[in-house]
Design a protein around this ligand. Structure first.
Ligand SMILES: Cc1ncc(COP(=O)(O)O)c(C=O)c1O
Length: 372
């Protein structure tokens, strides 16, 4: 949260704050323009929809229910983020409200482009080189010439964090094919666009990290290698979005995607691991998994911790009879899974190997990365 004269309530989620002119609710600013009507309940509802961790409002006096201060509902306007957020676009930093791309950009018209999701912890960008390497590999696979070197891209990411005063951040790095015509031929797009947004993200409620979460297998299969190869982190995520929708319909937050042969590939935004009899398994890259950076870190940590790990093809049956299961991703980090397709996994609680790896991952993020 930016320091613009707001103060946080002593109790609460830590992401809401109160000021004379308005509120910050999960980094979204609500201005108070009229002090006549009581809209406490509106404000509280705003908080509830933003705050998955604290379903009860954490904004106290004068915005608590029954208090007569504050403004009319119509006078609270939405400003997506404190206004001094800076977005990097093609070498320049723009204010959030000016951070726009053309409607003729093929990233928008066709999903023609690539991206990375990166995290910074404690003033360091975690595994930055690995993310930039993967970005350049994705670019190579779709014949997209990124108009910057690796080193320039790394500098731009770090600088975007600095410009936004962020030491802990989720960074979205996007390279689009650029502006072209309405036809799909990428040869008409002469200048790819590079966009870097540094913000915060919380993918899943905190209790899932403590207790584990339930996931399901969905009908939408992972892309074929000879279609949009799953190793390309492209802007075309509709395949994964369909799977995510199917998970949502089933009442859970994440989906297991199988490949065309019926082997487990990965989840919509995470790689998947199981543990059985003290050994760790994750699907091979040939099963249609993304070359996950967190997946690589976990395999390395397992080696260091003396946990045997291998990458065989896995079926749903292998998942059902696992002792432990967890997902990995930059956004999700390491999250335990305790139910798959209605089957309890292991004891139904996050297992010891999962917990060990979570601790090791946290420790690593505290000390390693590119300084901001
Ligand atoms: C489809 C998919 N699988 C796996 C992952 C996890 O990869 P990483 O650990 O590099 O974030 C992601 C996230 O980037 C993803 O989008």
């Amino acid at each position: 949260m930016q320091d613009i004269g707001y103060r946080r309530p002593e109790a609460g989620c830590g992401m809401c704050a109160i000021g004379d002119a308005g509120l910050l609710i999960h980094d979204t600013e609500y201005k108070i323009q009229d002090s006549k009507d009581n809209v406490a309940s509106t404000v509280i509802n705003l908080h509830r929809t933003s705050c998955i961790l604290h379903p009860v409002s954490c904004i106290p006096y004068p915005f608590s229910p029954g208090n007569s201060a504050v403004a009319s509902a119509s006078s609270i306007f939405y400003a997506a983020r404190p206004m001094h957020m800076k977005v990097y676009i093609d070498g320049k930093f723009c204010d959030q409200q000016d951070a726009k791309v053309s409607v003729f950009d093929h990233g928008l018209l066709y999903g023609d482009g690539i991206f990375e999701g990166i995290r910074a912890y404690h003033g360091r960008v975690f595994k930055l080189k690995e993310h930039i390497d993967r970005l350049f590999y994705s670019a190579k696979a779709i014949l997209l010439d990124i108009p910057m070197s690796h080193a320039e891209m790394m500098k731009a990411v770090v600088e975007t964090c600095r410009q936004n005063g962020l030491r802990d951040a989720y960074i979205r790095l996007v390279v689009t094919r650029g502006v072209g015509t309405l036809g799909l031929n990428p040869n008409r797009c002469k200048n790819p666009s590079v966009i870097i947004i540094a913000d915060k993200i919380q993918l899943y409620p905190a209790e899932y990290y403590e207790q584990g979460m339930a996931i399901v297998t969905v009908p939408t299969a992972r892309n074929l290698h000879n279609a949009v190869n799953p190793a390309i982190k492209s802007l075309n995520y509709l395949n994964n979005i369909l799977a995510k929708l199917e998970a949502n319909i089933a009442g859970v937050e994440e989906a297991i995607m199988l490949n065309a042969e019926g082997f487990v590939a990965e989840c919509t935004g995470d790689n998947i691991f199981i543990v059985r009899n003290g050994q760790m398994f994750t699907p091979p890259l040939s099963a249609g998994t993304l070359y996950g950076i967190t997946r690589g870190v976990v395999l390395e940590m397992a080696r260091e911790a003396g946990i045997p790990a291998s990458e065989p093809n896995l079926t749903r049956y292998d998942l059902f009879i696992a002792d432990e299961c967890f997902l990995t991703g930059t956004g999700a980090e390491l999250i335990p899974v305790t139910k798959i397709d209605g089957r309890q996994i292991g004891t139904g609680k996050p297992g010891p190997i999962t917990r060990t790896l979570v601790q090791r991952y946290r420790a690593l993020t505290e000390v390693s990365g590119e300084p901001i």
